[in-house]
Unconditional design. Sequence first.
Length: 195
Amino acid sequence: MMRRPGGAVHVGTPRRGSAPDHRAARAGPAGTVPTVAPQWLDEQEQTTWRRWLAVSELVPRTLDAQLQRDAGLTHAAYVVLAMLSEAPDRSRRMSDLARVANQSQSRLSHTVARLEERGWVTRVRATEDRRGNVAVLTDAGWDVVTRVAPGHVQAVRDAVFAALTPEQVVALGEALDAVLERLDPDHTQRALAGS
């Protein structure tokens, strides 16, 4: 981390003595260096960014550990089961399930295949157009969700909300809404965000 004028810090700035990066110099015509100065993170932004990275690593790891311990599930698999449990008839088209579970089609296909092996999900052809597949939560899958959900909710509460005051929960929600709006202005990728 290298300090910039005014106390600003840059994520990933090379340390003193490291080899300079000449890619920027090659980017301009005839080897000129671009004249636009980088917009480094200031100290508060840098601190906040590092905290965000730590939390975004630690929370999923904590939830995965709880789900592995209680049901031998990954968090990604639990989200699939939960999204099916909330759907009408406990079923969703695979394309819709990929969106609400925030997984690629390929990853979802692997996740559902593992859940099928355990008898918790089945796949059937869509009745409307016969082109797509629908994932259906089985009774055994429903039993898993209802058994695991209370422990999962407690793990979320312990990992995140127990550390916050009610005012901080509101402020965190507002801050996350602002980031979501910036990243997903048309609201196509935030099914888990409740929007």
